[in-house]
Design a protein around this ligand. Structure first.
Ligand code: GDG
Length: 460
């Protein structure tokens, strides 16, 4: 079968769907959807995933010329498979075990059940010889389960988050089952080479898989390609939106609303304990305390998007961050001029892009992050060629954006000094750094990412 004829079936925990006001469904916008939708449409493929609703529907949805197949998930499974095993066990473990993981067999059982349901749904709807692209840590058993049901399809899996080193991964009581599940794929993709390397080492040590060649592993009579495919954004779209008149006007308005400070520092993250929001705020507060930053000249805007609000660790993290914001504002704000503008809300994209443009210094300081698209979005939005990016060395983005000011977010002093350096950087240094990052980004967009993965999936 010619590669272009293979229908593409995408499977991810969440369907790219949002409810319109009248209750009907529309596809939700986003880089991944824009990158994959054309191929799914052209090959008459489909999308499989959860609607995000407890005890939600199972009927197929037709939107944007494709079929989207919901996998129903019960309320109990949302607690155990999603909030429990995926977000309470795997998420912290895969991010350097930065929080204690729960290891509960009832949650694991639910994870197995939901993975089985996904595999059955894909097996039922995938056309003959389809290419099936499974996404993320929620669905690590799907490749193996699907392989048992349908041997004619090609199976790829991409991990959006880091894959941990063996020393951490082996804490997981079901470590061998997960590696076996993943080895059912033809191609396994990771954000960074380190993730691919960590997986290889787990496969060799836990299941006696053998590495034939760099990036090629042999297990139970089959070969599996393992490699790094760093994800990106729709650069052109960001640039286009960032250069529009409406964005320019809103950017100027934002600056003036903030009291026309000399430097606007910016953070944009899901409110997640991996993102290092607290450390960043503490560093900013410390610099104000020391007089190295001045509340009349320097203002920080922190957008913290609500996420996983049902998980206790996220409720704790929110309380902690809001306390820090309150303390710093209490010490350093003036009437009508808070020094930290904190938004616990999800902003529309046409507000986010002007904010990126208004940000003179962008603070991206996660303790660990698969890629971090915010860093790339900030660079793409700076069509003015200006702006400074402070970037944690523990993000995938740091591999590509070497002209950012790279920092270890665990090191308080380094973080403080880097923030001061960013704030004081002369435009003769700022502009060439930004230009180099923008050039590199233009040659590696989300479509390039999708194409490079699918080329290997279809041809290997
Ligand atoms: C996972 C991995 C990997 C945030 N606040 C608002 C908003 N956002 C958008 C950003 C960006 C996205 O959410 C966040 O993406 P990140 O990459 O920064 O982080 P995760 O959500 O943790 O994503 C990560 C990614 O998957 C892709 O593979 O890079 O490492 O953890 O696009 O713009 N968007 C809007 N309003 C907000 O308030 N509209």
């Amino acid at each position: 079968m010619a590669p272009t004829e293979r229908p593409l079936v995408v499977a991810a925990n969440r369907l790219p769907l949002a409810r319109a006001e009248d209750g009907s469904w529309t596809t939700s916008p986003g880089g991944l959807v824009r990158a994959l939708l054309p191929t799914v449409q052209e090959t008459k493929g489909s999308w499989v995933g959860w609607t995000g609703e407890r005890d939600g529907q199972a009927e197929v949805v037709h939107a944007d010329g494709i079929d989207l197949y919901p996998v129903p998930i019960t309320s109990d499974e949302v607690d155990r498979y999603y909030e429990g095993f995926s977000n309470g066990t795997l998420w912290p473990l895969y991010h350097d075990a930065i929080r204690e993981s729960n290891y509960r067999s009832d949650e694991w059982d639910s994870y197995v059940d939901v993975n089985q349901r996904f595999a059955i749904q894909i097996a039922n709807i995938a056309p003959p010889h389809a290419a099936v692209w499974v996404h993320d840590y929620h669905l690590q058993l799907v490749p193996g389960l699907l392989r048992e049901l349908r041997n004619d399809v090609r199976i790829g899996w991409f991990n959006h988050i880091p894959f941990p080193p063996l020393e951490l991964f082996q804490r997981l009581p079901w470590r061998s089952e997960i590696i076996k599940g993943l080895l059912g794929a033809d191609v396994l993709g990771f954000q960074r080479r380190q993730g691919a390397h960590n997986f290889m080492s787990a496969a060799q040590n836990l299941l006696d898989a053998t590495e034939l060649d760099e990036g090629l592993v042999h297990y139970e009579g089959r070969n599996v390609n393992v490699g790094a495919y760093p994800i990106s954004i729709d650069v052109e779209d960001f640039e286009l939106q960032a250069s529009g008149r409406a964005t320019r006007q809103r950017t100027a308005q934002i600056r003036s609303r903030l009291g026309d400070p000399e430097v606007i520092l910016l953070g944009v993250d899901r409110l997640d304990y991996t993102k290092g929001i607290g450390n960043r705020l503490q560093a900013f507060g410390e610099l104000l305390d020391q007089g190295r930053l001045d509340p009349e000249r320097h203002v920080l805007v922190q957008v913290a998007t609500p996420t996983r609000e049902g998980v206790e660790q996220y409720q704790d993290e929110r309380r902690e961050i809001e306390q820090i914001v309150g303390e710093i504002n209490g010490r350093h704000s003036r009437l009508g001029f808070p020094v930290i503008h904190y938004l616990y809300q999800s902003l529309p994209l046409d507000e986010l892009i002007p904010l990126y443009r208004a940000g003179d210094v962008m603070l991206v300081t996660p303790f660990r992050d698969g890629m971090n698209l915010v860093a790339k979005e900030y660079v793409a939005a700076h069509v003015d060629g200006d702006g400074v990016l402070v970037l944690s060395e523990f993000t995938g983005a740091a591999d590509e954006l070497g002209e950012a000011l790279l920092v270890n977010p665990h090191d308080d002093h380094a973080l403080q000094n880097t923030i001061v350096r960013a704030v004081e950087m002369h435009r003769h240094e700022r502009r060439p750094r930004m230009e180099a990052m923008r050039k590199r980004l233009e040659t590696s967009t989300v479509s390039d990412w999708a194409k490079s993965f699918l080329d290997v999936l279809i041809d290997s």
